[in-house]
Design a protein around this ligand. Structure first.
Ligand SMILES: Nc1nc2c(c(=O)[nH]1)N[C@H]1C(S)=C(S)[C@@H](COP(=O)(O)OP(=O)(O)OC[C@H]3O[C@@H](n4cnc5c(=O)[nH]c(N)nc54)[C@H](O)[C@@H]3O)O[C@H]1N2
Ligand SMILES: Nc1nc2c(c(=O)[nH]1)N[C@H]1C(S)=C(S)[C@@H](COP(=O)(O)OP(=O)(O)OC[C@H]3O[C@@H](n4cnc5c(=O)[nH]c(N)nc54)[C@H](O)[C@@H]3O)O[C@H]1N2
Ligand SMILES: [Mo]
Length: 712
């Protein structure tokens, strides 16, 4: 491809190679067209096979984000009460000097005093440089509390690691050749579009696609079958599948004998899970399980490749880690790993040789071992006083690449914490998010079009480079630069704070990935075998697929995976008789893009999908405002009577900005801070609620509202 690369604005038009920064498995290669220093268009790079020249709707609107009229263009200092969102413009000098003074005042109280300072960040950008490089060095050098970054994937990651040895799996492109694809806990069309392209290719070539998801998603519409189980019951389904494979002898005995660990015990446990027993737990018919087992087992008999595309949707419940262990075990039963188009994929990120120590420099901690705060319990932790068990109360919070007031569970508590008058909060952002409203200082950060970065992916195995296409907008600075300047202000003179962003891009992979290839074509493919586990070789201690985990057993836990019921199990006669899940909205990326009007217009407004029978029981009509509530709080939104919801389960789509909702709340007002079985992760989809007419709203049903017609 004839692409001219320029780093500085020129009077001509040029195309700059970059990478989509968002938290999505696809990690697309992007081409930005720049005319006279202005980015006029972003598009998918046709030379990158996975991107195939196409971006999703939201990222193709990336210039609307970059040049958004509400973009924060200079540092802001709070002038009103906490949370009121009133700020005045200040200079970088004023802001950085004051922030440095405040942080030093805390850190200088004693050897461990800096632990009262907490960084809070997640995946606003997935870039290895603009996420945890200079920022991590700064907080390590300071001795701040460490953050356990659990909010998305750590239950699944732990489940995978216990079973397969790491975040590894099939190469995504080979799904195109599979004969059976189970799309499990994933709305691929909404959140993994470039995988869907491969699945669709397989479908055209005669593969059968089965979707396992409580919601009849856009992806379920396009699959041959849909199994709408209750949230948090996937482990029961997987155990019964094993039961059927065993009782019909649809097994690859040779693969089990050579390449797995703990099969006799696993077999015994699975035999306790008849389809009838599991079906009662899952809220589905036993025949669904038998039919699924027949399809999966048929691939064992015919030696045709069966593949599972799991996504993180199914691990946001109490038993999320065990569910992932069980599902990741399935391919070994039928020897699916023998084929390059068989096996499973949840995340490929473990395949990337990222040198995190070089980027983050944990050695800067020296002898200090600060405490770790779990980001998923920030609601409780901000409200905790100093104590011997907890350590010092959190006094200062530096937020970057995240919007916790909108995305963290149990947001009533989160808001209470952020509203503390004695908490000093700094937020690095593009926009005045719900979190930024509570800041003492908002610092303007650059977007992906304005900075360097280097990326890994959790949905394919290509590393990507992002070059800046334009100069920073307004007074925005890259996160790295903000932390470099803050380091200088607090007097850190270590040489590592002088590393440039380009140095950091090189350091991320060292010699393990060709930097020349990244510079030339924007991506570099890792050398990953086509069928990595056809002869075992799992990155576990035993080198085998471990049904039984000696490490978990040594921690006093069950060495074998099992069904772990939800913290809040569904029960139609309970006080809160509906299970609420809150999966991603197609046109938002978590809470990002909610403020881009063209995308918000497509999503419309915050909605709760409900099955007609549940609506009828409550006398609810489509379009009316309802109260969604439990002991944690009340969330008001409109109800949509929809065949996408199964009886007993309501779907609150997307993480809306609270301030764009009906009364300044979103779905997380009712989610809980309880954690998963493995990985200390949140349980967003393990949440019981009741729903009733909102008498106070006075507004009757919206007659204009057209309930959705089921597509197939
Ligand atoms: N457009 C868009 N894309 C995104 C995101 C976004 O917000 N918008 N988010 C990104 C992020 S942060 C991530 S982590 C990734 C992956 O993010 P995921 O959250 O895994 O996203 P989905 O693939 O949409 O999968 C969620 C699916 O799981 C289903 N589900 C919920 N509970 C259960 C359950 O108990 N069992 C089963 N089997 N299914 C369940 C939901 O109904 C939904 O269809 O996607 C990324 N991609
Ligand atoms: N109810 C419910 N809650 C959920 C989920 C759910 O499914 N249901 N999903 C959970 C999951 S999977 C995840 S991953 C989390 C996501 O939680 P977050 O990682 O907090 O994701 P976002 O909401 O997208 O917020 C990212 C913020 O980073 C900012 N940002 C982007 N790039 C940069 C940059 O270069 N510099 C700086 N300083 N800022 C930047 C964006 O403007 C945005 O406001 O939410 C979780 N919360
Ligand atoms: Mo996520």
């Amino acid at each position: 491809m004839n692409t001219s690369l320029t780093l500085t604005p020129s009077s001509s038009t040029s195309q700059v190679l970059g990478a989509c920064p968002h938290d999505c498995p696809d990690t697309c290669s992007m081409l930005t067209t720049v005319t006279n220093g202005i980015a006029i268009k972003v598009q998918g790079n046709p030379a990158h096979p996975h991107t195939d020249g196409a971006l999703c709707t939201k990222v193709s609107r990336y210039t609307e984000r970059t040049y958004h009229p509400e973009r924060i263009l200079h540092p802001l200092k709070r002038v009103g009460p906490k949370g009121a969102g009133q700020f005045e413009r200040v200079s970088w000098d004023t802001a950085l000097a004051d922030i440095a003074t405040r942080l030093q005042a805390i850190a200088s109280r004693g050897p461990h005093a800096a632990q009262a300072i907490l960084p809070y960040s997640y995946a606003g950008t997935m870039g290895l440089v603009q996420s945890e490089s200079i920022a991590a060095r700064f907080f390590h050098r300071l001795g701040a509390s460490l953050l356990d970054r659990t909010i998305c994937a750590s239950a699944g990651a732990e489940g995978l690691t216990q079973t397969l040895g790491g975040k590894v799996g099939m190469r995504v492109e080979f799904f195109a050749e599979s004969k059976l694809i189970l799309i499990w806990g994933s709305n691929s069309i909404a959140s993994n579009l470039h995988f869907w392209r491969y699945a669709n290719q397989a479908k055209r070539d005669g593969a059968k696609l089965i979707c396992i998801d409580p919601r009849k998603s856009e992806t379920a519409d396009k699959c041959h079958e849909h199994i709408a189980l209750l949230p948090g019951t996937d482990s029961a389904l997987a155990l019964a599948l094993m039961h059927e494979l065993i009782t019909h002898d649809w097994l690859d005995h040779d693969y089990l004998a050579q390449y797995t660990l703990g099969w006799p015990q696993m077999r015994e446990r699975a035999l306790q899970w008849s389809p009838e027993r599991a079906a009662a737990v899952c809220g589905i018919a036993p025949e669904h399980i038998r039919s699924l087992a027949r399809d999966y087992g048929a691939c064992a008999a015919s030696r045709e490749p069966a593949a599972i595309r799991m996504n993180y949707g199914l691990q946001r419940v109490h038993g999320g880690g065990n569910a992932v262990r069980l599902i990741a075990s399935l391919p070994a039963l039928i020897g699916a790993w023998r084929h390059r188009a068989g096996g499973m994929l949840l995340s490929s990120s473990g395949q990337f040789p990222v040198d995190r120590a070089a980027l983050q420099r944990p050695d800067l901690l020296g002898e200090r071992t600060p405490r770790t705060i779990n980001m998923s319990t920030i609601g409780d932790d901000l409200l905790r006083p100093s104590s011997p068990a907890f350590g010092p109360a959190i006094e200062a919070l530096i937020v970057y690449n995240s919007n916790p007031v909108a995305v963290a569970p149990d947001s009533g508590k989160v808001v209470q914490g952020f509203a503390r008058e004695d908490l000093f909060t700094v937020v690095l952002e593009h926009f005045q998010t719900d979190t930024a409203d509570y800041a003492d200082y908002i610092l303007p950060a650059t977007t992906q079009l304005e900075h360097w970065d280097v990326h890994s992916s959790y949905g394919h195995t290509d590393a990507l480079l992002n070059r800046p296409a334009i100069e920073p907008v307004g007074e925005a600075k890259p996160n790295t630069q903000i932390f470099r300047e803050l380091a200088a202000r607090v007097g850190f003179t270590d040489a590592c704070f002088a590393d440039s962003d380009q140095d950091l891009c090189r350091a991320a992979y060292g010699d393990a990935v060709s930097f020349d290839a990244l510079m030339d074509q924007g991506f570099a493919s890792l050398a990953v075998p086509e069928a990595p586990f056809d002869q075992g070789n799992f990155p576990t201690v035993s080198g085998k697929c471990e049904f039984f985990s000696a490490r978990l057993a040594a921690q006093g836990m069950d060495g074998l995976p099992d069904h772990v019921p939800n913290h809040e199990p569904f029960n139609s006669s309970a006080l809160y008789p509906l299970a609420m899940i809150s999966p991603p909205a197609r046109n938002f990326l978590n809470s990002s893009f909610v403020n881009v009007k063209s995308l918000r217009d497509i999503e419309g407004e915050p909605l709760l999908e409900m099955h007609a029978s549940d609506a009828a029981q409550r006398g609810l009509r489509g379009g009316e405002v309802v109260r969604v509530f439990n002991d944690r709080g009340v969330y008001r939104c409109k109800v949509k009577v929809s065949a996408r919801a199964r009886p007993g389960v309501v779907n609150g789509l997307g993480i809306w900005w609270r301030k764009l909702g009906l009364d300044g709340t979103n779905v997380n007002q009712v989610t809980s801070q309880k954690l998963t079985d493995l990985g200390r992760a949140p349980t967003f989809y393990d949440c019981l609620v009741q729903v009733e007419t909102d008498k106070a709203s006075g507004a009757g049903p919206d007659q204009q509202f057209v309930p959705e017609i089921n597509a197939s």
